[in-house]
Design a protein around this ligand. Structure first.
Ligand code: SF4
Ligand code: SF4
Ligand code: SF4
Length: 186
């Protein structure tokens, strides 16, 4: 019995050492340039840049595979910030990705919501609260205005509502101070 316990202990130690060695030997270093670029992106995760979110787009820019003008939510402000960081020329937003629009947040008409959960599944930042067959609501502080929840709603009860933020000073993803102009949905 003692021999078995000793053998298991030795094996655990050996595996522990091997795992420790592997984690150091094969450690993947972050890309500091991609990190800095990512910090300048709006973090709406809307995919309009044609990448799977802000981080993949940041990595593509850092790798020289994507231009700096593909983010409609960030618009001119983000292009300018990226150009400054990377010492590149400012260029107009690539209209194939979309157009810069006023900043908006999603608002659900709770009386019409049928609780299908499709909007929750579509939201990339978990900004919608609800359960199957129950009314759903948007957590305003978390919503980035990506609009990805609008199309899947089968009863068309999600509106995008303009915010009163100054587009020249406002930066995603901190919408916690947003003051909604209810009734002025786009
Ligand atoms: S378009 Fe901009 S905000 Fe949307 S995922 Fe791409 S980088 Fe992020
Ligand atoms: S609630 Fe809608 S608009 Fe807001 S972040 Fe989620 S999917 Fe995007
Ligand atoms: S998709 Fe529309 S109907 Fe379905 S839960 Fe969301 S808001 Fe309600």
């Amino acid at each position: 019995m003692l021999i078995a316990i000793a053998a298991i202990t030795v094996m655990a130690l050996v595996f522990g050492l091997l795992l420790g060695f592997a984690s150091i030997r094969f450690k993947v270093e972050g890309d500091p340039i991609a990190d800095q670029i990512d910090k300048l992106l709006p973090q709406t995760q809307c995919g309009q840049c044609t990448y799977a979110g802000c981080r993949p787009y940041a990595e593509a820019i850092a790798a020289g595979e994507a231009d700096i003008n593909r983010c409609p939510p960030g618009g001119e402000t983000t292009i300018q910030a990226l150009a400054d960081l990377l010492e590149l020329e400012v260029k107009p937003l690539d209209d194939e990705c979309g157009v810069e629009k006023p900043k908006t947040l999603a608002v659900i008409d709770e009386d019409r919501c049928i609780g299908c959960t499709l909007c929750i599944q579509a939201c990339p930042v978990d900004a919608i609260l609800g359960a199957a067959k129950q009314m759903h609501t948007v957590i305003t502080d978390e919503c980035t205005g990506c609009e990805l929840c609008v199309a899947p709603c089968p009863v068309d009860c999600i509106d995008m509502v303009e915010t009163q933020l100054n587009p020249n000073t406002w930066r995603w993803p901190d919408p916690s101070h947003i003051d909604l102009k209810l009734g002025e949905s786009s």
